[in-house]
Unconditional design. Sequence first.
Length: 240
Amino acid sequence: MDCLAARRRSRPGMSPPGRPKGESLSAKHEGSPACPPGRPKGESLSARHEGSPVSALLRIAVIGAECTGKTTLCQSLAARAGGLWVPEYLREFVERWGRAPLAHEQAAIVAEQLARESGALHQARQTRRLLVAFDSVPLATALYSRMYFGDDSLLAQASAHQRRYHLTLVTDVDLPWEPDGAQRDGPAMRARFHALLLDWLQTATLPHRLIGGSPAARLAAALAAIDAALRAAAAAGASE
C-alpha cells in the first residue's frame, strides 16, 4: 500500500491474482537468504540458545513505511539467526499487475499474507528454525487502507493478529528515501505513514521497538532485542 502514485495510475479492469499455483516459500526462495542452507559461520543466536527451554518458534514482525530497510533487515536476521523470512506479498502484487490494490482488494492482500505466514511457520517448524521474520504484516495493510481509503474495516483483525508476534520491530525513517517505481510514493507519504503507524501502536498498546541508524546498527539492535526475547522466554520456561 505504499504506492499512491501507482494507485493514481491503476488500470481498470485488472483483477488481482490468486496465490501462485504450487508455489511455496521453500520453492520460491530455495537457496536465497529466506532459507539459509545451514547455520551461519561463527556464533549465532541459534547456537547460543540451542538446548534452552524455549519451545516457541519466534515470530518477528518487521513493519515500517516505504524505503525504511525492512527487507534488508529481514534477510539479515534470517541469515544471522538461522531462520526464515517471508517477503511482502504486496510487492509481488504490484510488480505482477503494474498497479497497487484497490480498496476492495485490501482484504485479499491480508488473507494472502496470512496464508504465507502460516506456510512459513509450518516450514520453520519442520526444519527446526529459531525464528521467522515477516517483511511487513497485515497491520500495515490495514493502516494503509485507513490512510488511502478511509477504511478501518481491517484494523481490528490486524491489531489482534499483531499480538501474536513475539517481537515487533518498527523501521525508522532515518534512511535516505530512494525511488522504486510504482512501489513508492515519496518522502512526505513515508513520513505520514510512519506517524500513523507509531500513533496506532501506542493507541492499541501494541508493544514494539523502533529500529534506526545504519543497516549494521539496525541489525545489531534487532539481534539484541531477539536475544533478550529468547532469554526472557527461556527464563519463563525454566520457572514453570
